[in-house]
Design a protein around this ligand. Structure first.
Ligand code: AVJ
Length: 332
């Protein structure tokens, strides 16, 4: 553990590095492209360029989730803070949008803030910035992959425990994986710990599809950047003019799917291997699951959480849930 000695912040930042296994990009890409239905993980979107494009997506008029969630946090922050309790230990899963966490920190004023993020640089930068604005806050930055099991670096149960998982990031997981992830969050929180989680709501197809097919083409660029990244980092030979972005709502599965569609029959070399594409064949790059309030409550219940309160916006676009961890039956 390293504690920062930055003289500009009164409060020290403790940095806990669990050395999340550096994902082997080459192995992952080759395995994904070798599948009968080609697929790549949405985690791979977020190189420096992809992270910039994602920030731009959050500003798009069609992409309602970010601004709607922030509005819900602003409107109901005080009530959320009462639910989560005074002097809390607040864990944030993914240290993403700094604006959301700032709104919550202001309302909640926790004793300890513990962002968990896989990217060491991003984590250290945002932890420093937050420590500077909230000088009374004890900050423990944890570099870890929250999609795999890990323990908190403190064993102190004197604070009520709370976790914040914004952005509908849970939507990237298949429902069974999402349940498993929530179970692990429950283990970290312990009995009576609370989870504040942002979940995008099922709504009319047109609005959902517009959010992933914006007029300015930023989402298309974000999706296509995965091919550029493979070209840059793995000596890939993707011709970007022969692929296009595709995003649609799969109503049966309740999710937006993003794909990269080959516009012709072609062979593409990547890292010394050749992959054939038929015209119209796709690489599936992302699932973004949407839930009704009831549907999400059912999932949370299976993971050992009991719904306490849910806040939505007037148009019912997005939901923020407060769930309390009750633990699961010993027989499970
Ligand atoms: C960060 C996974 C919540 O699914 O809406 C935005 C990512 N992809 N536009 C989402 C995303 C395309 C986003 N999540």
């Amino acid at each position: 553990m390293i504690s920062s000695t930055d003289p500009t912040t009164a409060n020290p930042i403790y940095f806990h590095d669990y050395h999340p296994t550096p994902s082997d990009l080459r192995a992952e890409v080759l395995a994904g492209l070798a599948q009968p239905r080609k697929q790549l993980s949405p985690k791979l979107f977020y190189d420096a360029e992809g992270s910039k494009l994602f920030d731009a997506i959050c500003e798009l008029p069609e992409y309602y989730p970010t601004r709607t969630e922030i509005a819900i946090l602003r409107e109901h922050g005080a009530e959320m803070a009462r639910r989560l309790g005074r002097e809390a230990l607040l864990v944030e899963l993914g240290s993403g949008s700094s604006l959301k966490i700032r709104v919550l920190l202001e309302a909640l004023q926790p004793a300890v803030y513990m962002p968990v993020d896989i990217s060491s640089e991003h984590l250290q930068r945002s932890a420093q910035a937050l420590a500077a604005t909230f000088p009374k806050l004890e900050v423990h930055a944890v570099c870890a992959d929250y999609s795999t099991p890990f323990e908190l670096p403190v064993d102190d149960h004197s604070h009520p425990r709370a976790a914040f998982f914004p952005g509908s990031s849970i939507g990237n997981f298949e429902p069974a994986e999402a349940e498993q992830l929530l179970r692990r969050v429950g283990t970290i929180l312990g009995p009576e710990g609370r989870l504040l989680i942002g979940v995008d709501l099922i709504k009319d197809r047109a609005r959902l599809e517009r959010a992933y097919n914006d007029a300015a083409g930023v989402t298309a660029a974000f999706n296509m950047n995965l091919l550029s990244r493979i070209n840059r980092e793995l000596d890939g030979k993707f011709d970007l003019a022969r692929f296009r972005h595709e995003a649609f709502f799969n109503a049966e599965q309740g999710r937006i799917e993003m794909h990269l569609l080959s516009t012709c029959d072609q062979d593409v070399d990547v890292a010394g291997e050749t992959f054939s594409f038929r015209e119209g064949e796709t690489i599936h790059t992302e699932c973004s699951h949407k839930y009704s309030v009831e549907g999400f409550h059912a999932l949370a219940g299976r993971a050992g959480f009991q719904p306490e309160q849910v806040w939505t916006d007037p148009k019912q676009l997005f939901s923020v849930h407060c769930l309390v961890h009750r633990g699961t039956l010993a027989t499970e």
